[in-house]
Design a protein around this ligand. Structure first.
Ligand code: GDP
Length: 418
């Protein structure tokens, strides 16, 4: 049961963007930060030139995508519901495997980006297996639909054959390569056409007649996949009844969170196409901190295992997952709070180092600003200034609480070869 104190977590998504190098992780992340930094929604007409100017400025200033965790906000298209989307940086390079694994520990869901002209590449396979090990629910983004050789079908068949997973194509591209014009939402049976080259003007309309058969075929496959994980939907399916959009979304969401289904989307980050629909899918299909298993810890004295459900009123349990040196404020310790509330100016116990430490200031990192806050609550991520001893993988608990170590990967930093 969700208590009143936990209710804000329903609209939280802590996600990572994982990809083979060159698949478009940076471009996709930049576009996500761009769209979440604004209040634009699908259906609005944007001034294309202004959009690109803003992006250029951000590029020059150096958008903060280098932060280990960036806090963004997204209002789901067609609704007024706002979500907090924390984007956790997941290194893409194979040398950083340990860092990738560590970042997997602090996210609740991931977007796997594929280059649709290459399909599933070997490194994407490695990252996928790591996500499997850590039980991370995923959606897949078939990027670069505008590129020569792009094929949505290739990505779908590679997910099936190389990754052994069940792809659920919740979208279908209208045109591929230089003819890529828009995206069909298979679940809602609506089409989105981009009417300018910058991809900033979107028209929502009925599915064009030429795609009707394809949509019927893909929708039937989606319903079949969803019915496998949802008994009510299975009954409807057997009786030949059409599920409503809400029922289908709920079943696909359940299948995604249980890691039985992997919704697949398409687009072109470079051309600004599909990114808003991707954000909608993040909130529709990836879990909130309340929907993932509670993190476990081991009590040192008794060797008993203890669970920390996401609850701001529970005992403090946080994990330091990245240390960064900042030219202005010095050492930044990025933390995820699993349970309880971390207060600025308070004392915590670093159970890994067996040291009491003072928390200085607390920051939430946004794409182009930093926000100083007085507390970080369960489910939130941010940076602590002032922790002298905390290292990556360290457990932070309440001062005076029984010593507990969170399940984590206490491994040394990888050696970076230049
Ligand atoms: P990362 O290594 O995964 O972070 O990939 P980047 O985002 O840096 O992209 C790698 C290259 O692919 C860059 O030259 C991008 O401009 C290009 N790229 C990214 N997204 C797209 C896309 O949607 N279409 C095309 N044609 N190129 C893209």
């Amino acid at each position: 049961m969700t208590t009143k104190a936990q209710s804000y977590l329903t609209h939280f998504r802590n996600i990572g963007i994982a990809a083979h190098i060159d698949a478009g992780k940076t471009t996709t992340t930049e576009r996500i930060l761009y769209y979440t930094g604004r209040t634009h929604n699908i259906g609005e007409v944007h001034d294309g030139a202004a959009t690109m100017d803003w992006m250029e400025q951000e590029r020059e200033r150096g958008i903060t995508i280098t932060a280990a965790a960036t806090t963004a906000k997204w209002t789901r298209s067609g609704t007024e519901q706002e979500y907090v989307v924390n984007i956790i940086d997941t290194p893409g390079h194979v040398d950083f495997t340990i860092e990738v694994e560590r970042s997997m520990r602090v996210l609740d869901g991931a977007v796997a980006v594929f280059d649709s002209s290459q399909g599933v590449e070997p490194q994407s396979e490695t990252v996928w297996r790591q996500a499997d090990r850590y039980g991370v629910p995923r959606i897949a983004f078939s990027n670069k639909m505008d590129k020569t050789g792009a094929s949505f079908e290739l990505v779908l068949s590679d997910i099936r054959e190389r990754l052994g997973a069940i792809p659920a194509p919740i979208q279908y591209p209208m045109g591929q390569e230089s003819e890529f014009k828009g995206i069909i939402d298979i679940v809602r049976q609506r089409a989105y056409t981009y009417t300018n080259d910058l991809g900033t003007e979107i028209q929502e309309h009925d599915v064009p007649a030429e795609y009707a058969d394809k949509v019927t075929e893909m929708r039937a496959a989606l319903i079949e996949a969803a019915a496998e994980v949802d008994e009510d939907l299975m009954m409807m399916y057997l009786e030949g009844e059409e599920p409503s959009v809400e029922q289908l979304v709920a079943a696909l969401r359940k299948g995604t969170i249980e890691k039985k289904i992997f919704p697949v989307l398409c687009g072109s980050a470079l051309k600004n196409k599909g990114v808003q629909l991707l954000l909608d899918a993040v909130v529709d299909y990836l879990p909130s901190p309340l929907e993932v298993p509670a993190i476990k810890g081991k009590i040192e004295d008794t060797e008993d295992t203890i669970e920390f459900p996401a609850d701001p009123e529970g005992k403090l349990a946080a994990l330091a997952f990245k240390i960064m040196a900042d030219p202005y404020v010095g050492r930044l310790t990025f933390v995820r709070i699993y349970s309880g509330t971390l207060q600025s100016g308070s004392y915590v116990y670093n159970a890994s180092k067996e040291k009491r430490e003072r928390v200085g200031r607390l920051l939430k990192m946004h794409a182009n600003s930093r926000e100083e806050v007085t507390e970080l609550k369960a489910g939130e991520l941010g940076a602590v200034i002032g922790l002298k001893d905390a290292g990556t993988g360290n457990t932070l608990i309440g001062d005076g609480d029984d010593k507990v170590l969170l399940e984590s990967i206490d491994v040394p930093e990888p050696v970076i070869k230049l």
